[in-house]
Design a binder for this molecule. Structure first.
Ligand code: T4K
Length: 367
């Protein structure tokens, strides 16, 4: 069998991309906030229903800049069940991550434990809508308002999903999206940030461009270089046209998996969440001890058939060597358990349905 990876980048028809980039051959304007960059921002603002949205070279830099713009100093409560980017952005801003446990059903921040971690040192909450599952947004925002905390969502996985009729960009002080090649919507590399407070927009734009003042000459901030090039923006403009179709194809894949795996003893699939319109970015499965095989055995069984599932997100960030300097990593038994038992099965728009059937049969020992 040909190799099947956990995902495969969606591509627009080649002619559509060529048509777009021909313009760049003529204009020779290749980066530094060009015309495609402006057009993509405008389209994304409309799609996400927000007034302020900025583009970046990748999602990680969007998150770093979001935190830098807020000029925070202290502790940020976050989840250890995420990709390195979330926690690295906190630490690289000189802030201290406080790891909070997750909920066993939704795999996002456990809000009861979260409230017990808030102290006078807490300055922000950085929750992750992991796999596109909404955090307990209502409770997080209530707690943040009560304690005067900023909320910056890591919505890297949530583009294209909606919750209670709203896009994920409409929540919190800011929300970061990844537009990496592995995402439902991508700009090859790229990221976006929705910003509630319009007064921060100018600063965030400047931080993205070394801190240079508009018009050049002087600089107001110590910024970085996080600009999205015109080639990347052009890819985004092309992909945006096909987004709904891509999500529909992923939905069909996900439903086929569900038809095999839902209700199987010892298998936990994506939670049913009222009001969530999914983007089907990931197909995570938790293998509990009532299932005949553990997560690592399933991983190996699939691998022996050339199917490469991924253990997103294992090990927990707090267990990574790069965080060994931290003395207090919090009590996160649920996150530890999920990281040890979860496996993300392959999902992408063009994944053949007979491959999904085969994966399910391998898992269920029906081959
Ligand atoms: N916050 C969270 C919660 C995140 O998950 C991420 C990124 C970020 C923040 C930061 O956003 P960015 O700065 O990346 O925009 C991948 C992605 O690189 C990363 O974007 C993503 N999360 C993370 C969960 O997954 P790897 O190390 O698993 O990527 P890799 O190269 O193993 O690719 C995975 C599979 O994707 C491959 O098996 C095949 C497929 N693929 C990959 C590439 C690079 C393609 O089909 N085309 C490609 O070009 O990290």
């Amino acid at each position: 069998m040909k190799k099947i990876l956990v995902t495969r980048s969606s591509m627009p028809p080649l002619e559509e991309y060529i048509e777009k980039i021909k313009i760049l051959w003529e204009s020779r304007w290749l980066t530094n906030e060009g015309a495609f960059h402006a057009e993509l921002i405008e389209k994304l603002q409309k799609y996400l229903n927000v007034n302020h949205f900025e583009l970046f070279a990748n999602g990680h830099l969007a998150l770093e800049i979001a935190l830098q713009a807020l000029e925070l100093n202290g502790e940020v409560i976050t989840t250890p069940f995420t990709f390195l980017s979330t926690t690295n952005a906190i630490v690289r801003n000189g802030l201290k991550p406080i790891f909070c446990d997750i909920d066993a059903e939704t795999w996002t921040l456990d809000v009861e434990k979260l409230s017990s971690l808030i102290t006078e040192k807490t300055v922000a909450i950085l929750p992750v809508h992991v796999y596109g599952i909404p955090c307990n947004i209502e409770e997080i925002e209530r707690l943040a308002a009560e304690h005067g905390l900023k909320v910056i969502y890591d919505a890297a996985h949530a583009f294209g999903a909606r919750y209670k009729g709203r896009s994920f960009a409409e929540f919190g002080d800011m929300s970061m999206f990844s537009f990496h090649a592995t995402k439902v919507f991508h700009t090859i590399e790229g990221g976006g940030l929705s910003i509630r407070d319009g007064e921060l927009v100018h600063k965030i734009e400047r931080l993205r461009d070394f801190g240079i003042c508009l018009g050049g000459g002087d600089a107001d901030y110590i910024g970085t270089n996080a600009k999205l090039s015109e080639f990347h923006a052009a890819m985004g403009l092309c992909n945006l046209e096909h987004l709904e179709k891509e999500i529909a194809k992923r939905k069909a894949c996900s439903e086929l998996y569900d038809s095999y795996l839902r209700g199987v003893q010892g298998i936990q699939i994506f939670p049913d969440i009222e009001g969530l319109e999914r983007n089907y970015a990931y197909y995570p499965v938790v293998f509990h001890s009532e299932f005949p095989y553990n997560r690592d055995e399933i991983f190996e069984k699939l691998k022996s058939e050339n199917i490469i599932a991924r253990k997103y997100f294992s090990p927990l960030i707090s267990h990574m060597h790069s965080f060994s300097y931290m003395e207090d990593k919090g009590e996160t038994p649920v996150a530890e358990y999920i990281a040890d038992h979860v496996l993300c099965l392959p999902i992408y728009a063009d994944l053949e349905h007979d491959v999904i059937e085969k994966i399910c049969k391998i898992i269920l020992d029906k081959v």
